[in-house]
Write a protein that binds this ligand. Structure first.
Ligand code: GDP
Ligand code: MN
Length: 435
């Protein structure tokens, strides 16, 4: 769960960091008439995505008229496609220096990583590209609850070397880094980032921006903290900046889904390769399917087969959810072939096959893109599922002509995958490209 800047800052404050005074969170300009505000103020768009400054989402206003004008025009904006629903009015702080500071987990090793730079206030990815020597990075191997002062001092030593003006605030910087570390551990966050951490002309250290992403798995433990700043831990909210179009769509429909391709709606397909979408039964089967598609691809197809997604369709999805899973993959511009399976588990094969057939008939009627489907079903309600499939195929052969489902255990899944890939390549070569 990603927090809004004003929420993240309120958590920072609980852990001892200094934040700019928050004047109000407004949803319309007229709210200003009921507020007593001392100007100037910072007007900041609250969206769950970074880079607001460049997109026009951060402005300074001198008086009430200007503030209202900025608020009204900001609500017209959308930042990287996301509409602005709230605006934070905040005390303006003067800037002597801007520092970058973040604490995250390494996605591969799960170790804690602290990053600091005296070149704050700008895009840190750019600094990393242009001037990597200006970034300090430290991996913390033990999952300590408090950050030792020696590590914080090492970071500050680096910052002072980059910007000697920071010398006079070095002891407060040590405390600020330790405080951010306490937020990271105390709130069970995945990311805590301050960019910029401002040093003012009278040497106060202020968190002028805040990005906090909490670990969804520990939200239940964080209920008291979240409730104290008005956040419903069960409320649905995601880090939109991290989600692809299809992940967002699946999230809204209500099933776990991950794209394995980078920028799946924009990427360029390699014309030699076959891209395989997966609708497995359950998360474990989802992981197996990814492995097995790659494995079969490497053994028999010169490594030219690419699984495009992870999905968990287990846990008893409804008819329309099953249909939506197939719709999502058939709308996905990468998909050349879909591999699906039901294997035991609590989900009904009957609901599965009905949902699948519903999606194919629906698409056929609407002349939407159809993708060949190969799969196998074993498990609950199998007899009913077999009967339904046979009847459906005789009633509406056209929409179901590329539906190849093995009913029962007579074929191992690796062979089903191999048959599907062979067929996928055959169709692809006939058409030049399916997509
Ligand atoms: P972001 O663009 O989404 O990262 O939004 P930030 O909150 O980081 O704001 C972008 C930039 O606006 C910062 O790097 C600062 O340079 C500037 N800024 C933000 N708050 C203040 C403030 O209170 N005073 C001043 N002078 N500048 C600010
Ligand atoms: Mn920022």
């Amino acid at each position: 769960m990603r927090l809004y800047e004003y929420e993240a800052k309120q958590i920072f404050e609980r852990f001892g960091l200094i934040i700019p005074k928050q004047i109000a969170i407004v949803e319309e300009a007229e709210q200003l008439d009921d507020l007593s505000v001392s100007f100037p103020v910072m007007v900041k768009a609250m969206v769950l995505i970074g880079g607001r400054g460049k997109a026009g989402g951060i402005k300074k206003a001198r008086d009430i008229e200007e503030t209202k004008e900025i608020i009204n025009s900001m609500f017209e904006l959308s930042i990287h496609g996301y509409p602005i629903e709230k605006i934070l009015l905040e005390e303006v702080v003067d800037i002597a220096s801007e520092i970058y500071l973040s604490i995250t987990t390494d996605p591969a090793t799960f170790d804690i990583v602290i990053v600091a730079s005296a070149s704050g206030g700008v895009d840190i990815e750019e600094v990393a590209k242009q001037n990597p020597e200006k970034i300090w990075k430290k991996t913390i191997l033990e999952n300590e609850k408090e950050l030792s002062s020696s590590i914080a001092e090492e970071a500050v030593g680096f910052l002072v070397k980059s910007n000697p003006n920071l010398e006079s605030v070095s002891s407060n910087l040590v405390i600020a880094i330790q405080s951010l570390y306490s937020v990271f551990q105390g709130a069970e966050a995945k990311i805590c980032e301050i960019n910029p951490l401002i040093v003012t002309n009278n040497n106060t250290i202020i968190a002028a921006d805040a990005k906090v992403v909490l670990d969804d798995n520990s939200l239940y433990r964080q209920e008291p903290l979240l409730a104290s700043i008005g956040i419903d831990p069960r409320g649905k909210r995601h880090d939109v900046s991290e989600q692809t179009f299809f992940e967002d769509k699946a999230y809204r429909i209500g099933f776990p889904y991950l794209d394995l391709l980078d920028k799946p709606d924009k990427f360029e397909k390699d014309r030699d390769k076959l891209y395989v979408g997966l609708v497995p039964g359950g998360a474990g089967y989802g992981i197996f399917s990814i492995d097995e598609v790659v494995n079969v691809g490497n053994r028999y197809f010169d490594g030219k087969v690419v699984p495009i997604n992870f999905m968990d369709s287990g846990g008893g999805p409804s008819l329309s959810q099953v249909a939506d899973m197939f719709h999502l993959l058939m709308d996905h511009p990468a998909t050349d072939l879909i591999i699906t399976s039901r294997f035991g588990g609590i989900s009904s094969c009957d609901i599965f096959i009905r949902g699948l057939i519903m999606s194919l008939r629906d698409r056929y009627a609407k002349r939407q893109r159809m993708i060949p489907i190969f799969g196998r079903m074993v498990g609950t309600d199998l007899a009913a599922a077999r009967e339904y499939l046979e009847k459906a195929k005789s009633e509406t052969p056209e929409p179901l002509k590329d539906l190849h489902i093995v009913v029962g255990n007579q074929k191992i899944m690796a062979d089903v995958i191999k048959d599907g890939i062979e067929y996928g390549f055959k169709i692809k070569n006939q058409k030049g490209d399916i997509g």
